[in-house]
Design a protein around this ligand. Structure first.
Ligand code: UD1
Length: 313
């Protein structure tokens, strides 16, 4: 089997590439390197690497040639980045996805597994968030991820292209880039605490998230790439728990040490208040259950940032 991992030089994409290679699969990566980094793949042998932007349809056509399964991870993430600059993120998240689907349809790809987002739910009145709930995107990023998800389902209905959307919930782990203000909160908190700096908390810190260690997402996505009777489906992959930012900060400070206090600042525009996944559909259709707990994931993540920082100094 030949797999194409779009965004394969990014955080989640590089973990998928690593696991596919470990299983002996043939892997091609397409990445614009806008947010991805070649360094994320430097430790891996035998990856076919194509540098290019899927917003250019000729790149999409080249990328899918001879491919059986596409794991579509390429995106410009971050809610606040999309609030600042909706056009650039739309180009990556919507135009790039549509081009990829057209190319996959034309090339006869067997299945596309798409990286959807929990942000599609918005502020639902009830938790946990289940796939049958109406969507209510609160930011350009959330809307863009949802539009591409709808395109996937439409391509299944119109053209018979097999697609599965996996909705991710706040994924964290090694190789998540902490260097931008738009980075995921765990990468920002860990790198600040390791450097003895005070992290920033937007709002009162009582907002909650279903933080998911990246290995669980890799497992869910690879199950979705092979499962029977899932074409056209949207499936949450997460842990099913939730933790507040204040709890996250306290847990990380216990793990890392030190006595810094967070700095509280204004809430972020477009922020969702609470997020927790119902994962029963993934259990039912994919035989998925999270294998790495939040605590174990945090420990692994802290260990990785520590060794990376030690190597850099
Ligand atoms: C959202 C999606 C997530 C998606 C991600 C992509 C939801 C519920 N989740 O994540 O599925 O993968 O976009 O970017 O919509 N925060 C701070 N201090 C910081 C940084 C962040 O307090 O320095 C807060 C944010 O205001 C937010 C929480 O931490 O309340 C998480 O932020 P972030 O890690 O950016 O992810 P989401 O926007 O929740």
């Amino acid at each position: 089997m030949t797999y194409l991992v779009t965004g394969g030089a990014g955080f989640i994409g590089s973990h998928l590439v690593e696991e596919l290679l470990r299983r002996g699969e043939h892997v091609r990566v397409v990445d614009s390197l806008i947010t991805g980094k070649r360094a994320n793949l430097a430790h891996l042998q035998g990856v076919e690497f194509l540098e290019g932007d899927l917003a250019d349809i000729s790149v999409a056509h080249r990328a899918v040639t001879g491919v059986d399964v596409v794991l579509h991870q390429a995106a410009i993430p971050s809610v606040p980045r999309s609030v600042e600059d909706p056009v650039t993120s739309n180009r990556a998240n919507v135009d790039g996805s549509l081009n990829l689907l057209v190319a996959a349809r034309d090339a006869g790809v067997r299945r596309v597994v798409y990286a959807g987002s929990s942000s599609a739910y918005g502020d639902t009145p009830v938790l946990p968030k289940v796939e049958t709930m109406p969507t209510a995107p609160l930011s350009p990023y959330a809307l863009q991820k949802l539009v591409a998800e709808e395109y996937c389902r439409m391509f299944t209905r119109l053209y018979g292209l097999e697609t599965v959307t996996i909705r991710y919930f706040n994924v964290f782990g090694p190789r998540q880039d902490p260097s931008s203000p738009y980075s995921g909160v765990i990468s920002l908190f860990v790198s600040a605490l390791c450097a003895g700096r005070a992290p920033t908390i937007h709002g009162d810190g009582e907002q909650t998230r279903d933080f998911t260690y990246v290995a669980n997402v890799v497992d869910g996505v690879l199950r979705a790439s092979a499962a029977q009777n899932v074409s056209g489906e949207v499936i949450n992959v997460a842990t099913g728990g939730r933790i507040s930012l204040n709890q996250l900060f306290a847990t990380l400070r216990d793990l890392i040490g030190g006595s810094v206090e967070p700095v509280y600042t204004e809430p972020r525009r477009g922020d969702v208040r609470d997020s927790r996944a119902d994962i029963s559909k993934a259990e039912r259709l994919l035989d998925y259950s999270p294998t790495i707990t939040f605590e174990e994931g945090l420990e692994r993540t802290v260990a990785w940032y520590r060794s990376t920082l030690a190597a850099a100094s």
